[in-house]
Design a protein around this ligand. Structure first.
Ligand SMILES: Nc1ncnc2c1ncn2[C@@H]1O[C@H](COP(=O)(O)OP(=O)(O)O)[C@@H](O)[C@H]1O
Ligand SMILES: [Mg+2]
Length: 268
């Protein structure tokens, strides 16, 4: 492994280290269906990697391999140079996955949702937890929402709470699954800014699954596009301006064509 760059942790001021991710020849099969076909790429420590692709192309399945919620059918997934599914990695590398739906506990206040992880892991005493939670809420401009319940929050606030909750874990690796889906363009831009800020200030490694073209173009260091289980594009976002592959061009700039045979298929 190359020497990871170091930076200060936002909460403890201790030195924190971003970690890299390597995917080698990853294939994943569910029954007869091969969802991922020999995928290979790596994400450098501190990089923002945006993974795009049509619905059902395997983006979430790929993310789940990194947090070891899925196991490869073949191939390897490494975090910080070691098997993602190893106990060593689970015990030593702090990863946070921000789910598509936010997955907050509805019966708990925003504050308690954020305090859950440090309380369960006895990270520090209640005073220390309070400082961490309020700091994370402040980073996401949510200081005034700590007593609210998830049902009282807008969609954009829920997403920010989910990110704040991940931050409390002091992650070295942040994984986001569709962080801007269902948000209006202004709120999507805010979420993009937050992801970019976390990289700049705290040097976390970020892997972002998203359909959001603006997000990819604005904050990605590199983009990968999954289609039919294969990585059909891997490169800097600037290369997406004029994609060579017609499938990629079609995905990024879909034309609305009322004569398209796809509509005929829908009519049956
Ligand atoms: N646990 C599972 N068992 C069987 N099939 C699954 C499972 N998880 C995902 N799939 C299938 O894998 C494909 C890719 O899913 P997913 O990664 O969720 O797509 P997306 O790119 O939209 O995130 C889909 O066809 C989905 O139905
Ligand atoms: Mg998904």
């Amino acid at each position: 492994m190359a020497d990871p760059q170091t930076t200060r942790n936002p909460f403890t001021d201790a030195e924190s280290q971003a970690v890299g991710v390597e995917i080698h020849d990853l294939s994943k099969r569910f029954g007869q269906v091969e969802v991922l076909k020999q995928i290979s790429f790596s994400v450098a420590p501190g990089e923002i990697f945006v993974l795009m692709g049509p619905s059902g192309s395997g983006k979430s399945v790929l993310l789940k391999h990194i947090v070891a919620l899925e196991k490869p059918t073949s191939g390897r997934v490494l975090v910080d140079g070691r098997e993602a599914a190893s106990e060593e990695i689970r015990e030593t590398v702090r990863m946070a996955l921000v789910f598509q739906a936010g997955a907050l506990f509805n019966s708990m206040s925003v504050y308690d949702n954020l305090a859950l992880y440090p309380r369960e892991h006895r990270v520090t005493n209640e005073q220390g937890i309070r400082e961490k939670v309020m700091r994370a809420l402040q980073i996401l401009s949510l200081e005034n929402a700590h007593q609210k319940y998830p049902s009282e929050l807008s969609g954009g606030m829920k997403k920010r709470v989910a990110i704040a909750r991940a931050l409390v874990m002091e992650p070295q690796l942040m994984l986001y699954d569709e962080p801007t889906s269902e948000l209006d363009p202004v709120m999507s831009a805010t979420i993009s800014e937050i992801i970019a800020t976390l990289k700049e200030q705290y040097h976390v490694t970020s892997i972002v699954v998203s359909h959001d073209r603006e997000l990819a173009l604005n904050i990605a260091d590199r983009v990968g596009i999954l289609m039919g289980g294969r990585l059909v594009f891997l490169g800097p976002p600037a290369e997406l301006a004029q994609p060579k592959d017609p499938r990629v061009a079609d995905f990024l700039n879909p034309r609305i064509d009322l004569q398209n045979p796809r509509f005929k298929q829908l009519e049956t």
